[in-house]
Design a binder for this molecule. Structure first.
Ligand SMILES: [Mg+2]
Length: 239
């Protein structure tokens, strides 16, 4: 593969899923926040308003509400949380994206999905986008980063650490599983916190946003801001 006539500087792509492969404006994120707040309200016995501020606090201090609840000693299994928060999402809002599908298929380097979401959510979102799971070399998701939260090991610690982007441990896990040098790996995500963590571990990064004027040359970049849809990011990547 070449970029504008030059060999690609990347051997591997690490791609975020939510709000990266589809737009944040379609309503999935909003529905997800609502579900999290309902879960928190039920679990903690707090008002709607308090659940909203708790969600923000947990995200800021622990990376997610699930991580916050576990850190505070609440007995919550990840499957219970994910089936409530993701299992009830209006997936019909995610529309098939043939352009993205073709783009991903045209990129010959290994593509790895790297998401904080659970595997079932990743599968359903990809299915709705019309992108085959096989398009990805592998999927690194909640279960991949947190095997210690499932099975017998869970009993070993009552307050286990939940590993999620943007923690260094999550980034190290992704780089190790990807199997390519960080400086030859392009990490694409819509979160500034995640992108900063990617840079810290030596990944080359692209922050996705909705600015249609944000496109810039990828040939020599170590960091960039690129617009959604992802197809614009990679127009120059086709061999
Ligand atoms: Mg995202």
């Amino acid at each position: 593969m070449e970029i504008c006539g030059s060999p690609s500087p990347f051997d591997c792509l690490l791609l975020d899923l939510d709000d990266t492969l589809y737009s944040p404006t379609i309503g999935i994120g909003r529905a997800c926040k609502r579900n999290i707040e309902e879960f928190l309200a039920g679990k903690r016995g707090v008002s709607k308003e308090r659940a909203c501020s708790l969600r923000v606090e947990h995200f800021r201090n622990h990376g997610s509400s699930l991580a916050g609840l576990i850190a505070l000693g609440h007995d919550v299994h990840p499957d219970e949380y994910h089936s409530f928060v993701h299992g009830r999402l209006p997936y019909e809002l995610i529309q098939p994206d043939a352009e993205l599908r073709e783009l991903l298929r045209s990129i010959t380097q290994p593509k790895i999905l790297f998401t904080n979401s659970d595997r079932q959510h990743a599968k359903r979102a990809l299915q709705r986008l019309g992108i085959e799971e096989e398009c990805f070399h592998r999927i690194i998701c909640f279960e991949t980063m947190n095997p210690h939260l499932f099975g017998d090991e869970r009993e070993a610690s009552k307050t286990p650490e939940v590993v999620l982007k943007p923690s260094a441990k999550a980034m190290e896990t992704a780089v190790r599983l990807a199997g390519f040098p960080p400086h030859r790996t392009l990490f694409v995500d819509d979160s500034e916190r995640n992108i900063a963590a990617g840079k810290a571990i030596g990944l080359r990064t692209a922050l996705v946003n909705d600015n249609p004027c944000g496109l810039l040359s990828l040939s020599n970049m170590t960091s960039a801001c690129v617009p959604r849809p992802l197809v614009l990011l990679c127009e120059g990547w086709k061999a």
